[in-house]
Design a binder for this molecule. Sequence first.
Ligand SMILES: [Zn+2]
Length: 306
Amino acid sequence: MGVSTQPRPGAPHAHFIDARRLGADDSSTLMGPSAKIEFAEVTKDHGFGDVGYAQWQFVPKGEYRNVLLLNGNHLNLEVSNDSIVGITERVGSNNSEKRIGIEGLKAGKAWLIAVDPKSGSALARLEIVVGKQLRLKLGVYRLFHKSGQPNTTCSSVKTSLIPTVNSVYQPQSNIVVKAENTSCKPLNTSRDFGQPIMLTELLEYLRAKNWPSSEHISVILVGAMQESHTGRDDLYGYYDPVSQCVIVEDLFPLSKMGLVLAHEIGHHFFGSTHTKDPDNLMRKGTKGHHSIHLNPEQIKTARSLL
Ligand SMILES: [Zn+2]
């Protein structure tokens, strides 16, 4: 292939122009509007997304991700850097598509480009980021105060809560939660935060404590709590950016508690705002019925903070 089909990492403007040039007009003229040539995910919530100028796939280093190239079985595939990704391809279940296996060989960025063998034009491009495993260090504590304590046991923290959080973050971003020696320490205090626990009073206590610097986030499991000034009792989870503590009510089944915790950890990474996308981990007010999806921006942001 000629030089013009090669990707130009570090020249995002050029990528953008190329992506527009090969937009709907080209493909619809050739193949009809329904036959758009594009990459698609095989497994939901495995790091695939759209970044505007291209489609995007995160691949944990040492792992594989599969994508489809729709309506592009006649195209050649080119990889910009085969020391970063290894590609295997075969015909997909539909004759017009390719099924592509991507192996993350080395941390870095590479492009997978579908090229028309006749014209040499790039007709679809996938930006691939390969990332090594990053650790998010959590301290998990159970709050014992005068009026109560959580029901969650130490073993369920290890066997359910932490694995649920990992099932959200690892496949999408290769971020793994580590909760070693603090995995369920009791947090004993002679104070009384009420029954239900008053959030403002609890925050005041948590902010005054010195948390181990080895913990990115300290997770506090509590019984029922409510917002002190509004009486709102449907909080389920709360992230406090001042103390970098996540508070999780343990009234839910453990799998849902794990999703609440994953969402609150998301506030640590992404700030206090929620997404409008209903199919996203950071959708508001889902009471533990979260979708677990992270978009490319979120994956990049979370990884950049560790
Ligand atoms: Zn939230």
